[in-house]
Design a protein around this ligand. Structure first.
Ligand code: HEM
Length: 461
């Protein structure tokens, strides 16, 4: 996969016309002082989904701030593809303060382009098969560990799996086996705290020595310490395997000088953190979907068995598993890990005929876009067959882009889909899943979407 070049101007957007386009309407339901803030905090998914009824682009009042929400697939594509909208805004600022300013997920402009060039080879389609043996080993270790009839705590299991695979594939080295557990714990606490700081920005209150703040600070410090240890250990080993960490350590800036320690550190953090949280959340939803829709689990099993003739499913099989893929895409449509994205306008522009001033914050929700009844018949139905070619051709452009598009598109789309396919195929082939008493699969909104507390009982087939 290559970094998509950004077209200078994209459909739906243009620099401000001389006559001056209209202001977008203000969404209904704002209250004095808080504006739409309370509704957004109370039920963010429902709030984002109903905005489409107010217009294609609408203004929101969040306290004293005006934020522009974009509600159609075409305009979200236009925002993602336009160089006039950069990575910034509340979501990114909260990440930047905690995870560093020099990583690929938060950098902009020339620094971002250089960083994408450095990391891209590790995620290219032709690099993915190299990770096959690790993905297979981790997947089969997980299904071997599960005991028929014994309850699985899907949150810890999914995090553990996601962190181990990302760390072992991209950073290599046996040291990851011991550190994966620490990384899991630290990341879970850090993400919980970051979401809280984003939606309830109480600034100085988060510096008070309260138990929750202390736990958050400890987890964040441990995350940064772990990354330092990983980098220092690789340097001390003198080894240079062909992996992402070597690419980062050998990277040079535009003057040919080695990049600084801080940038290396921030890059590792910027790749590991989104990588683990998104994969873990998606895996939880896949487990929930397999339990809720046993007929699709059976179809996956039949598909895998006809591709493998009974041997354990391997990396090379996943391309043939079309129904498995459709179940994953449909799960990501209804329960996208990344449910909200933000940008900031760097120039006065026009979007869908409305004026967007320079400096404006823009938000859009893949969750809302992917559940829009104007794009999907029976929009709330779990129907993996809607992704068969004869039906998926009717889905509007940009109505299903869980990895986004444009120059910020997730570099890991091929990596992620291969891993998720292998995981889903192996689990559905080995077990029937059922949720048990005490399991709570209601959506928990954080930096990503995931079930509150999913507990399943695997029953060996
Ligand atoms: C189901 C799995 C995943 C989903 C749904 C997902 C989704 C996304 C999305 C939507 C973006 C774009 C954000 C934006 O437009 O503002 C993104 C960016 C990114 N993702 Fe992923 N991701 C996944 C897995 C991963 C993994 C496994 C890794 C790394 C190991 C990763 C690393 C990144 C990085 C570094 C960026 C920032 C790219 C940039 O700004 O240039 N992601 N991801």
């Amino acid at each position: 996969m290559t970094v998509e070049s950004v077209k200078p101007e994209t459909p739906g957007t243009s620099r401000k016309a001389a006559a001056g386009p209209a202001e977008p309407p203000v969404a209904g339901g704002a209250v004095p002082v808080f504006g739409h803030g309370l509704k957004l905090v109370r039920d963010p998914l429902a709030f984002m989904a109903q905005l489409r009824d107010h217009g294609d682009v609408v203004r929101l009042r969040l306290g004293p701030k005006t934020v522009y929400a974009v509600t159609t697939p075409a305009l979200t594509g236009a925002v993602a593809l336009s160089p006039d909208y950069i990575i910034s805004g509340p979501l990114w600022e909260s990440l930047e303060d905690l995870l560093g300013r020099q990583g690929v997920a938060t950098a902009n402009g020339a620094l971002h382009r250089r960083q994408r060039r450095t990391i891209q080879p590790a995620f290219r389609l032709d690099a993915i098969p190299e990770y096959g043996p690790i993905m297979e080993a981790e997947t089969h270790a997980l299904t071997r560990r599960w005991r028929s009839g014994e309850v699985v705590d899907c949150t810890s299991e999914s995090f553990r799996f996601a962190v181990r695979v990302a760390a072992r594939c991209l950073l290599r080295g046996q040291f990851m086996d011991e550190r994966a557990e620490r990384l899991c714990g630290a990341l879970a606490t850090v993400f919980r705290g970051m979401y809280q700081r984003m939606v309830v920005p109480l600034g100085p209150l988060y510096r008070l020595p309260l138990p929750g703040n202390r736990e958050f600070n400890r987890a964040l410090a441990d995350l940064h310490l772990l990354v330092d240890e990983i980098v220092a250990e690789r340097r001390a080993s003198g080894q240079k395997p062909d992996d992402l960490l070597t690419a980062l350590l050998e990277a040079t800036d535009d003057n040919g000088e080695p990049i600084g320690e801080q940038e290396i550190h921030d890059q590792v953090v910027a790749i590991l953190t989104p990588g683990s949280e998104t994969i873990a959340s998606t895996i939880m939803w896949l487990l929930q979907a397999l339990a809720a829709h046993p007929e699709h689990a059976d179809r996956i099993r039949a598909e895998v068995e006809s591709a493998t003739n009974g041997r354990p499913v391997g990396f090379d099989d996943v391309r043939a598993l079309t129904h498995t893929n459709n179940v994953i895409v449909e799960t990501m449509r209804l329960r996208p890990a990344v449910w909200i994205l933000t940008r900031r306008a760097v120039a006065d522009t026009e979007l869908g005929g409305y004026r967007i001033p320079a400096g404006a914050d823009i938000i859009y929700s893949p969750y809302a876009i992917q559940r829009d009844p104007r794009s999907y018949a029976d929009h709330l139905e779990f129907d993996p067959d809607r992704w068969r070619p004869e039906r998926s051709k009717d889905v509007p452009k940009y109505a299903m882009r869980p990895f986004s598009v444009g120059n910020r598109k997730c570099p890991s789309d091929h990596f992620s889909m291969a891993l998720l396919s292998l995981f889903t195929a192996a689990v559905a082939t080995g077990f029937r899943l059922e949720q048990v008493a005490g399991s709570n699969d209601a959506v928990r909104v954080g930096i990503t979407l995931r079930p509150h507390n999913l507990l399943v009982r695997p029953v060996a087939r």
